[in-house]
Design a binder for this molecule. Structure first.
Ligand code: NAP
Length: 250
């Protein structure tokens, strides 16, 4: 594997499980020191750190609920303490809940918007403050749902459409400071989250697989290498983009 990220420091939110855990492992394998953020699953986050260290990499786990401003400030302070600064932020932490509109609640709306949108903005703000004169790199994990807009997913899809728009706006705002901002938008991926909600075993997953040109749902290791590419200097002329990584589903 190429080691395109040697000397870089990456912070991955929601990296104890699923797509975030695989991104953390991959960025570390490419040479980055990685801050593995988690909210409640300390053992899982420690396991990701152990995997990285055993493979010869550098990582620390830092607890922070990214939807809470004070936690995000502490997360970046602890990242700076551990590795001096952050060069790459992967805004991966996110929640998804699907329900008919008649069952939508304010709490559900707040859970999704507070983490998927507000938390992403808090983390981005703090990362931008830490980036040095060489600029930095922000990769937002959006979703195909931003544009496919599945039934029962109005709130979740709206959070991810917001992420796409934030990506385009911040790429313009931050480009002059050598900060690239892109979204990587997965299709349906088998993770602890989708498994716990019964999504991967559902008729919906079968339907997605059959309408997907590559005829399957994704795995975290379908997403992580694309994030590593976008994080690398090989993608140095790419900003403000939304990259669908979905087997062709859209
Ligand atoms: P997952 O398996 O449910 O894992 C979620 C991760 O986020 C965990 O590490 C969890 O840590 C962390 N997290 C949850 N709430 C948090 C908070 N308030 N602060 C910090 N971390 C928090 O999720 P996933 O399926 O890998 O999804 C990851 C991202 O990909 C999300 O943004 C999701 O919207 C997006 N996505 C997923 C799919 C899919 O099909 N899986 C498709 C498109 C996009 P704790 O366990 O410690 O709380």
């Amino acid at each position: 594997m190429s080691r395109n990220l040697t000397g870089k420091v990456a912070l991955v939110t929601g990296a104890s499980k699923g797509i975030g855990a695989e991104i953390a492992r991959r960025l570390a394998a490419e040479g980055a020191a990685v801050v593995v953020n988690y909210s409640s699953s300390q053992a899982a986050a420690d396991h990701v750190v152990e995997d990285i260290v055993q493979a010869g990499g550098k990582a620390v786990a830092v607890q922070a609920d990214v939807s809470k401003e004070a936690d995000v400030l502490r997360l970046f302070a602890e990242a700076a303490q551990a590795f001096g600064r952050v060069d790459i932020l992967v805004n991966n932490a996110g929640v998804y809940e699907f329900s008919p509109i008649e069952e939508m609640t304010e709490a559900q709306y707040r859970r999704m918007f507070d983490l998927n949108v507000l938390g992403l903005l808090f983390a981005t703000r703090e990362a931008v403050k830490q980036f040095g004169r060489d600029g930095g790199n922000i990769i937002n994990i959006g979703s195909v749902a931003a544009t496919s807009a599945p039934a029962t997913g109005a709130v979740y899809s709206a959070t991810k459409a917001a992420v796409d728009t934030i990506t385009m706006s911040l790429a313009k705002e931050l480009g002059p400071r050598k900060i690239r901002v892109n979204s990587v938008n997965p299709g349906m991926v088998e993770t602890e989250g989708t498994q716990a909600q019964g999504i991967t075993e559902s008729d919906w997953a079968d339907q997605i697989a059959s309408q997907t040109p590559l005829r399957r749902i994704g795995q975290p290791n379908d997403i992580a290498p694309v994030v590593a590419f976008v994080a690398s200097d090989d993608a140095g002329w790419v900003t403000g983009q939304t990259l669908l990584v979905s087997g062709g589903d859209r």
